[in-house]
Write a protein that binds this ligand. Sequence first.
Ligand code: CP
Length: 312
Amino acid sequence: MRFEKKDILDIESLEPWEISMILDTAEGMKEISERPVKKVPTLRGKTIVLFFQEPSTRTKLSFDTAAKRLSADTHSISAGTSSIVKGETLIDTAKNLEAMKPDVIVLRHPSSGAPHLIAKRVKASIINAGDGIHAHPSQALLDMMSVRERKGKIVGLKISIIGDISHSRVARSDITGFSKMGAAVSICAPQTMIPKGIEKMGCTVSPNMDSCIEGADVVMMLRIQKERQGSILFPTEREYATLFGLNRSRLKRAQKDVLVMHPGPMNRGVEISSDVADSDCSIILEQVTNGVALRMALFYLVAGGNRHVDSH
Ligand code: CP
């Protein structure tokens, strides 16, 4: 089977075999980052634009590193240093980028749907690096890669996701991805942070944190996204930590070989205690390492010549 997708916009639009192909390709890419010279010529002559209109540490550096390890040329623009501050629209900005013939545009944007909007208007491949509260597909793919690498499978696992589900694009993409690949996804959050109808995405809602964690193979913690909350949705951080924070005693309810994950950035002492975040069961930094290989795989599959050129 050939990977034919022009864009990576969300997990919903990927078939399970496409997800498996991305994870297999990423596994193969991982070894390149272990070499003394961490570079291969695969994307030499290709141009990748990193267009981030929201702050990022992991995702931006990871996409940039991935592109450079494949020998692509990268260029970076941000909202604050581009002509967006002079009133240029997203579509006009995208059309002007397109006029310079990039092969891939990686977009992070505060508005849900922004990458879908420009994907229809430009020939370059669009990779969604996080849009509003909608989707963060490369994060979910690297999460699936990290779990598959450690557990040898995804099907049949219990994945517990706890935190600000309402405002988390990571939660939406992970729920869709893990359930698509055969895992049982259980979520838990304060009532004010659970969107109505979330079960339709393929998860169950647990009434409290202890039942959510019970027997879990993977516990994924999410931070409270204060920057996206119109008003504060919980009384105090201390109360939140008591009811929804992960600590060693709570983690005892999970499987003995549980993996603890977090997409970052973490709020230590709020959603996760430091002794858990830094423990042997935590694979939080492995997620970051795998992010580079996973994004190398995405660039290779959309721009590496594997795809039919006429599918542009
Ligand atoms: N996981 C994630 O998206 O982190 P950044 O916001 O630092 O990119």
